[in-house]
Design a binder for this molecule. Structure first.
Ligand SMILES: Cc1ncc(COP(=O)(O)O)c(C=O)c1O
Length: 401
């Protein structure tokens, strides 16, 4: 009896590495909004990190055919040859890249690909240059691998610009990796092809790795779409990570990929072989249909995001005190709300997000999770009606401070 009791109350000794990371701030915001909704409150949700569209029909049909055709066994760890070829052809057609089968690996979402890539590149004590604001998971993936994030504040006045010069100032002998994410979550900022090329060139010169997270590459509204994968001369020093989640409205399906040198891809596949094994066989067939089929669906969703963005940003910019850069990609606006600090007890972005949720019933994600205290992230992957409702409530709340 006493043994059982002491076993129940004994503190659980988890591995040290799990205490180096935090739960996702985005997930926490979603959970808080859910709590209010369960109380019957009409919450307008601007937290969504995913498309509001359904997966296109031809992709769903391919998955159904795969189930009916019993495509239900293990596949090679990094994906079937058919899928790898589809990934390579899509990228070559869109960006003129020239990767081979052994230079790509499919994973269980872009997040999984990034986790594997960071795990095989970053050692204890390595420094990783990470532009701020950053997507929540980069920091935790680096910490989990035992690395140290060196934060680089992007220039908000210039659309959250990051240049090679800014990166160069932070390089030390311990710098192992630079993480780029364009279009960016949370800011929606798009790096110019010139700035990206300069960062990659600098990294190549110094023997530093670059991971270019291009999960939103097809949601670039500048008309000048660019992938680091185009930079053939420097390809032995960078990885490109892509995902079908946002491009084809397939977040729940979980399919991402990496392009890079065969030795790194091999190491990532080795890690994957000891954890998840292959991405779901059926999803691989759906992914082939997505990548090889008509890209009209992508163009249509992109057009709609532009319409939604223009509406939300115009509405935000019309609210006195809000400063909002025009996001050039992804589906987020990241306004600066510091003009409200000191009013109505508000001291930081987290207070604004808290007030918006509890007083105006608009769910957003506070900038703190992305490394800045002056911002709040709004997702516009929602209907025009929801955006209008959110804008009215935001205006009312901020005006009352
Ligand atoms: C910047 C960025 N990278 C990667 C991902 C991972 O997406 P997935 O794992 O669904 O491919 C996300 C998802 O929100 C993201 O915002």
């Amino acid at each position: 009896m006493s043994t059982a009791f002491s076993a129940m109350t004994r503190p659980i000794q988890l591995a040290e590495r799990i205490n180096r990371i935090e739960p996702s701030a985005t997930m926490a915001a979603v959970a808080e909004a859910d709590k209010l909704r369960q109380q019957g409150i009409d919450v307008v949700d601007a937290t969504a990190g995913e498309p509001h569209f359904s997966t296109p029909e031809h992709i769903k049909e391919a998955a159904i055919a795969a189930i009916r055709g019993n495509f239900s066994r293990y596949t090679p760890v990094g994906g079937t040859a058919e899928l790898k070829d589809a990934i390579l052809k899509r990228h070559a057609a869109d960006f003129g890249s020239a990767y081979k089968r052994e230079e790509t690996c499919a994973s269980v979402g872009g997040k999984h690909a990034l986790f594997n890539a960071i795990s095989v590149l970053v050692d204890h004590g390595d420094e990783v240059i990470l532009p701020v604001p950053y997507w929540v998971s980069f920091k935790d993936m680096v910490n989990y691998a035992g690395g140290k994030c060196v934060l680089l504040k992007a220039d908000e006045g210039q659309g959250f610009r990051v240049t090679a010069l800014m990166v160069a100032r932070l390089v030390t002998p311990k710098t192992k990796l630079i993480i780029l994410n364009s279009p960016s979550n949370p800011s929606g900022a798009v790096m110019s092809p010139e700035d990206m090329t300069e960062v990659v060139r600098l990294a190549h010169e110094r023997g530093i790795w670059v991971i270019s997270d291009e999960c939103y590459v097809y949601l670039n509204y500048t008309g000048e779409n660019f992938s680091v994968g185009e930079l053939n001369d420097y390809r032995d020093q960078f990885l490109v990570v892509g995902s079908l989640s946002k491009t084809y409205a397939m977040t729940g399906w979980r399919l991402g990929y990496t392009l890079g040198p065969a030795a790194v891809i091999g190491a990532m596949q080795k890690l994957q072989s000891q954890s998840t094994s292959n991405p779901t066989s059926i999803v691989q067939k759906a992914a082939v249909a997505a990548l090889s089929g008509s890209q009209q669906c992508v163009a249509e969703m992109r057009e709609e995001y532009i319409r939604l963005r223009d509406h939300l940003v115009a509405g935000l910019q019309a609210i006195p005190g809000i400063k909002c850069q025009m996001p050039e990609g992804a589906f987020y606006a990241y306004p600066n709300v510091s003009a409200f600090f000191g009013k109505g007890g508000v001291k930081c972005g987290a207070d604004v997000a808290h007030g918006l949720l509890h007083k105006a019933h608009v769910a957003t994600v506070a900038g703190e999770g992305f490394g800045t205290t002056e911002h709040v992230r709004f997702s516009y992957a929602t209907s025009m009606e929801n955006i209008d409702k959110a804008l009215e409530r935001i205006k009312g709340y901020l005006g009352s401070l």
